[in-house]
Write a protein that binds this ligand. Sequence first.
Ligand SMILES: [Zn+2]
Length: 64
Amino acid sequence: MAGRPVYYACKSCNFISEMSVCPRCGGDGTKDWQGMVAIADYEKSDIAKKMGITANGTYALKVR
Ligand SMILES: [Zn+2]
């Protein structure tokens, strides 16, 4: 198997991407995060409400 891509989670909005700077809010990305949740319909998602997510995408549950 090829090397696993490195994913960063934004320290501000928890958004996960392959970029060290968040493409959503421009916040700092960190490799130190745990858990992943995919939000497909944030308006109907309880997790999204709890986490204050206002856009669809993949988010980290815990960012340090
Ligand atoms: Zn962000």
